[in-house]
Write a protein that binds this ligand. Structure first.
Ligand SMILES: *Cc1c(COP(=O)(O)O)cnc(C)c1O
Length: 235
């Protein structure tokens, strides 16, 4: 087995163990492989090992990979592409045209543009609202107090499908702070589900904190480093 497929297998078994420890079915937790900065060859290796969900942070880099793999004879089953990075309004069009999901929506203007630019022949674009849980001014994401209103605005856009929320909690070694953030997100997720029963995605947990995220109800972990190794350039 290649290093990459070993690392992927390790991550999948960690997800399974974390699910089992939390008395959850492992199928409730999806693995998004975050391939930012990594070459197409590594995405193909992960695909060959069974991975189908990939996340990218940069518009140009992501589109190039999507286009390359859409013409690759080795790729026979569809790949689900998630855009998870900051998105500026002048870059929404290629994202609306090429990605299946955008997880980093934190304002209505971007959502409206994606809605208007989503091509007719494609299914609605799946959306997660990014929540700035730690209230850090430097972080992107909508505040807890604004998320309910943003959800109601986004859910009214016909070419978008509201699937849930995404968050990147403050990096900390303090398990109490981390668990508290994950629990707040889980409560918000359940609250939104009351109004929008189709919501099924609580995207939280990365290489360093996917186990406590799963313990606190995550339905999608976004894992880069633990699968692909350290990033090829600073990201
Ligand atoms: C880079 C990134 C990840 C993956 O982080 P790792 O620590 O490498 O697993 C997850 N989510 C987002 C939004 C990212 O930008």
């Amino acid at each position: 087995m290649s290093t990459l497929s070993k690392q992927l297998t390790t991550v999948l078994s960690q997800i399974e163990q974390a699910a089992s420890a939390a008395h959850r079915d492992k199928h409730e937790i999806k693995l998004l492989a975050v391939s930012k900065t990594k070459p197409v060859a590594q995405i193909k290796a992960a695909y060959a090992a069974g991975q189908r969900l990939f996340g990218e942070n940069y518009v140009q880099e992501g589109i190039e990979k999507i286009q390359a793999l859409s013409q690759d004879a080795d790729i026979v089953e569809p790949i689900e592409w998630h855009f998870i990075g900051p998105l500026q309004s002048n870059k929404t069009k290629p994202v609306a045209e090429h990605f299946n999901w955008v997880q980093s929506i934190d304002r209505l203007k971007i959502a409206q543009r994606l809605n208007d630019q989503r091509p007719e022949h494609l299914a609605p674009l799946n959306i997660c609202l990014q929540v700035n849980i730690s209230g850090e001014a430097s972080k992107s994401g909508t505040t807890l107090s604004q998320v309910i209103e943003l959800a109601s605005q986004v859910s009214a856009l016909p070419r978008l499908k509201l699937r849930g929320i995404m968050a990147i909690p403050q990096a900390t070694d303090d398990e109490n702070i981390l668990n508290d953030s994950f629990q707040q997100l889980h409560r918000l997720y359940l609250q939104l589900q009351q109004t929008y029963p189709d919501i099924d995605t609580l995207s939280m947990g990365m290489s360093g904190d996917m186990i406590p995220a799963i313990a606190n109800g995550s339905s999608m972990v976004r894992v880069g480093t633990a699968i692909f190794g350290a990033r090829d350039y600073s990201a």
